[in-house]
Write a protein that binds this ligand. Structure first.
Ligand code: DP6
Length: 348
C-alpha cells in the first residue's frame, strides 16, 4: 500500500485526488491487438516513453483529478475543464471506474472533476495524464490495495498511453496478452537517463481524428505488420540504450520508430495526416541543428507538434534556436517527471 492519501468524509463518502503527468512515446503504440476485445486497449506492440514534467511553473504538463464516491449522488458525473462529459468521453471514464467499483464491491455513484494545465486533445498527451490521474484517484478513493503495475492496467482501459503515465522517468509498456498482463513498468527513474525535450508548438488546436479512432485504421496500412515487428525489436533496443545513457542510440531509434508510425498513418485507409507543412520543416531543422553540433532528435505523436530530444545541458540553447524559426509559435521545456501520485488537494 502506498502512502497515497484518502479522505473519508463520512461513512459513505470517499474523496481522493491525484496528479498525473503526460508522456511522450519514444516507441509508439499505434493499433490495438486484434486478438482481444478492442475496449481493453491491448496494443499490438510494446512501447516506451518518457513521462513529462514541464520546466515552467505555468505548464507542468499534468492533470489534477478529484473523484468522490457517495450515496448522495443520483448519477455519475464527470467534469473536464468545466465541461460535463457525455457520450464517448463519459464511456471512457466509466471503462476505468466501473471495473474498479465492482472490484471494491461498491455501488455508490461518483462525481469527478479534472483539470489540465496544458491544451487538451492537441497531441500533447492529455488523455494519458487524464486517465492515469483518474485511475490513481479512484483506486485510492475506493481503498483498493493495488501495485503501481496493477493500477497501470486500469489506466489503460481509458487510454492506452495512460498505462505508461503511472510511472515517472522512462517507462516500458509490455503489450501482454490479457487485461492483467498488459501493464507498464519503469525502466529507470527521472535522474538515471539524461534526456530532456523541447516541444516546438506549431499548432495548438484539437486534432481532427483522435488517436482513439486512429488505432482502428492502423491495420488497413500494408506497412503495419512491418512496423509492429520492428517496434518489438526497437522497444528492447531502446530500453538497453536508455539504461546505457546512450542518447545517440535512443534518438536514432526514436526518430526511426516515429517515421514508421507516421508512414502507417499516411498509408491507412482513410489516410491520416497529422503533420502540417511546418512539421516537415521542423524535422529538417532538427537534422540541420544536429549536423551543426547540437545533438537533438525529433519525435511526433498524433499531432503536428515536434518533440525535440536533447541533453539537459543543451535545453535552453535548443529552445533559443527553435524559437527563432517562423514555423514555431512557442516552445515548452520538458524534463523527465517523477511518478504520478495521489494528493490531498481536492478540486471540490
Ligand atoms: C500516437 O489511444 O493512448 O500518442 O486517444 O489520446 O487516448 P488517446 O491516445 P492513445 O494513443 C496514443 C498514440 C500515440 C503514441 C503513443 O503514445 O504511444
Amino acid at each position: 500500500m502506498y502512502a497515497w492519501e484518502k479522505t473519508v468524509v463520512d461513512e459513505i463518502t470517499v474523496k481522493s485526488s491525484a496528479i498525473a503527468h503526460s508522456n511522450i512515446a519514444l516507441i509508439k503504440y499505434w493499433g490495438r491487438s486484434l486478438d482481444h476485445n478492442a475496449n481493453l486497449n491491448i496494443p499490438s506492440n510494446d512501447s516506451v516513453s518518457m513521462t513529462k514534467h514541464g520546466l515552467t511553473l505555468d505548464m507542468r504538463l499534468q492533470t489534477h483529478t478529484t473523484i468522490d464516491f457517495s450515496d448522495a449522488y443520483e448519477e455519475d458525473t464527470a467534469i473536464l475543464e468545466g465541461e460535463v462529459l457525455i457520450g464517448r468521453e463519459m464511456e471512457r471514464i466509466l471503462r476505468v471506474v466501473d471495473p474498479l467499483r465492482k472490484y471494491a464491491n461498491i455501488d455508490s455513484k461518483f462525481k469527478m472533476m479534472s483539470e489540465n494545465d496544458f491544451p487538451t486533445q492537441a497531441g500533447l498527451g492529455s488523455s494519458a495524464s487524464g486517465f492515469a490521474a483518474l485511475a490513481i484517484a479512484a483506486v485510492t478513493a475506493l481503498g483498493i490495495d493495488f501495485s503501481k503495475e496493477e493500477i497501470s492496467t486500469y489506466a489503460r482501459l481509458g487510454s492506452g498511453s495512460a498505462t505508461r503515465s503511472i510511472r515517472g522517468g522512462f517507462v516500458y509498456w509490455n503489450k501482454g496478452n490479457s487485461h492483467e498482463t498488459s501493464s507498464a513498468e519503469q525502466i529507470c527513474g527521472p535522474d538515471e537517463f539524461n534526456m530532456n525535450s523541447v516541444i516546438a508548438i506549431i499548432h495548438e488546436g484539437t486534432k481532427d481524428v483522435t488517436s482513439d479512432v486512429g488505432h482502428e485504421s492502423a491495420y488497413t496500412s500494408p506497412f503495419n505488420e512491418a512496423r509492429i515487428r520492428k517496434s518489438q525489436e526497437q522497444a528492447r533496443e531502446i530500453r538497453k540504450a536508455i539504461l546505457d545513457d546512450d542518447l545517440s542510440k535512443v534518438g536514432r531509434i526514436a526518430e526511426e520508430n516515429c517515421r514508421y508510425m507516421h508512414a502507417v498513418m499516411m498509408t491507412s485507409n482513410p489516410p491520416l495526416f497529422y503533420w502540417r507543412p511546418e512539421t516537415l520543416r521542423l524535422i529538417k531543422s532538427v537534422q540541420r541543428i544536429r549536423e551543426n553540433g547540437l545533438e537533438c532528435y525529433f519525435t511526433i505523436d498524433a499531432g503536428p507538434n515536434v518533440h525535440c530530444l536533447c541533453r539537459p545541458e543543451d535545453t535552453y540553447e535548443l529552445q533559443k534556436t527553435l524559437e527563432k524559426m517562423e514555423s514555431v509559435n512557442k516552445t515548452i521545456l520538458v524534463e523527465p517527471a517523477d511518478d504520478s501520485h495521489a494528493t490531498r488537494e481536492h478540486l471540490f
